[in-house]
Design a protein around this ligand. Structure first.
Ligand code: 2AM
Length: 483
């Protein structure tokens, strides 16, 4: 009997589509599922006429695999992954490989890596993005874990992944332990930021300038031919054109309450844990939270009525400014995202390959864009690049967009249109490029009430001083406060 190149457990849509994608690329795949009847449904349905091998027990499944055995799990994140790992371990031999392609939390992946090492098995946690269509025709795949497994997984993953210029696959080794699933989580966080930025541009054009849906579609179509070219800009231009069968445009009928499944939140929690200023994604998560307070917002809009004030300046030049604000803010968001991943790589000892991340996100996934090609180029030029904002190309881009960005943020403030991500991106930029922040005063306050000490600009770093500020002229007594 023909042996399978890889086995896949979990025949929900993502699993099925990955199997069909592997089959298209010449790999023989064995499949198994907890509810065994789904194996036959799959073989008689979507997999009919393919070389896919259906199996009806774990024993039969494992027996069909070539060695080293490659077992990919596409099951629900959480306990189901651990349960299947336990179920297959007794049937595996040292050097066999388990791949988790589900939406696992990176900390679980790191834990499983350590555990499976004790069993002499190799483990790969692969973040997979692109949804059902991506899985079928070319997803972005972000694998991490035990690097010894990579040569055995690489031919399959690079064959089925999305391809960009020069037929480069949107899949490369990310780093050790939970790095693959971590990078997928940050991808989702960045997606939150990109979507909110687009929504702020929409709001300023619509509320501030009174642009119609037809004009919005045309503006976004044009933006999609330039540096902002991306999947999200493209689908946005389509959304503006869709009519409601009951009349008018569908986008105008959609309730302004955004849901979330939590990956943005987890990214921001991790940024707080690592002390990284991931302000833009933070604002994007909070913007969704604010949108959910619909009833309170309706009440508050009556308490604070505001005369609708159009932004100043002509249509064309303001639309151009908004484009610049969107582009510059996007650069800030990615700079912050890469700062976070750099810190995670250091803190968790993961050896993350940053150029590879830009390549993996370049195609196949929701945030795919021309822009990520430029980030890839920046890391190709300088693999040790400390910050995207210090790359000469992006410096030039930010400088070109800066005036329009500032104009947009000030017009938003003057006309009372919320633009939290545009504004916080600018605040971050101004802080990041500021040689001397007012943190001297803040640290003085900390020393005043809490004797937290301070360093001096005229002494070497690491030397700490404390002053009895009240005793040297300050009026309030430090003993009054006990913060
Ligand atoms: P099922 O078809 O038997 O429900 C996505 O939900 C995939 O994960 C499906 O293949 C599903 O199997 C599987 N799955 C969900 N929960 C599971 C569990 N607790 N144990 C094993 N497989 C599970």
């Amino acid at each position: 009997m023909e042996k399978a190149d890889i086995g896949l457990i979990g025949l929900a849509v993502m699993g099925q589509n990955l199997v069909l994608n592997m089959n298209d690329h010449g790999f023989t795949v064995a499949v198994f599922n907890r509810t065994v009847s789904k194996v036959d449904d799959f073989l008689q349905g979507p997999a009919k006429g393919t070389r896919v091998i259906g199996t009806h027990s774990i024993e039969e499944f494992i027996a069909t695999l070539k060695r080293p055995r490659r077992v990919m799990l596409m099951v629900k994140a959480g306990d189901a992954v651990d349960e299947f790992i336990e179920a297959i371990i007794p049937h595996l031999e040292p050097g066999d490989i388990i791949i988790d392609g589900g939406n696992s939390l990176y900390t679980d992946t790191s834990r499983r890596c350590e555990y499976l090492k004790t069993k002499k098995l190799l483990f790969v946690g692969a973040g997979i993005s692109g949804g059902e269509v991506g899985a079928r025709h070319g997803p972005s795949i972000m694998p991490g874990g035990h690097k010894e497994a990579w040569p055995h997984v690489k031919p399959i993953f690079t064959a089925i992944a999305a391809k960009v210029e020069n037929n480069e696959a949107c899949c490369d080794w990310v780093g050790d332990a939970g790095a693959g699933h971590y990078v997928k989580m940050v991808h989702n966080g960045i997606e939150y930021g990109d979507m909110q930025l687009i929504s702020e541009a929409y709001s300023l054009l619509k509320e501030g300038l009174g642009v119609s849906n037809e004009e919005l579609a045309s503006i976004f179509t044009n933006w999609n031919k330039e540096e902002l070219e991306s999947y999200l800009i493209e689908i946005t231009s389509h959304i503006f054109q869709v009519k409601d069968p009951e009349g008018g445009f569908l986008v105008d009928k959609v309730l302004d309450v955004a849901g979330q499944k939590g990956t943005g939140k987890w990214t921001v929690i991790n940024a707080l844990d690592l002390g990284q200023p991931l302000t833009l994604i933070g604002e994007a998560v909070f913007a969704r939270c604010l949108s959910a307070l619909k009833d309170e917002r309706v009440q508050a809009s009556k308490a604070y009525p505001m005369e609708k004030k159009k932004v100043s300046g002509d249509f064309r030049s303001f639309a151009e400014s908004v484009k610049h604000a969107l582009y510059a803010s996007k650069i800030i968001s990615y700079a912050q995202g890469f700062m976070l991943m750099r810190e995670a790589s250091k803190a968790y000892g993961w050896q993350i390959n940053f150029g590879a991340i830009a390549l993996m996100w370049r195609g196949g996934c929701i945030i795919r864009s021309r822009f990520l090609g430029k980030i890839k180029e920046a890391f190709d030029k300088d693999a040790k690049l400390s910050n995207i904002l210090l790359d000469p190309y992006f410096q030039g881009e930010v400088k070109k967009a800066e005036a329009g960005w500032r104009k947009t943020v000030s017009e938003a403030a003057l006309s009372g249109i919320a633009a939290p991500c545009f504004s916080s991106a600018l605040a971050f930029f101004d802080g990041f490029k500021c040689q001397r922040l007012p943190a001297n005063l803040l640290q003085a306050q900390r020393d005043y009430f809490g004797a937290h000490t301070y360093e001096r600009i005229d002494r070497k770093r690491g030397e700490f001083f404390h002053t009895d500020w009240a005793g040297t002229g300050g009026k309030a007594s430090s003993s009054t406060y006990n913060a």
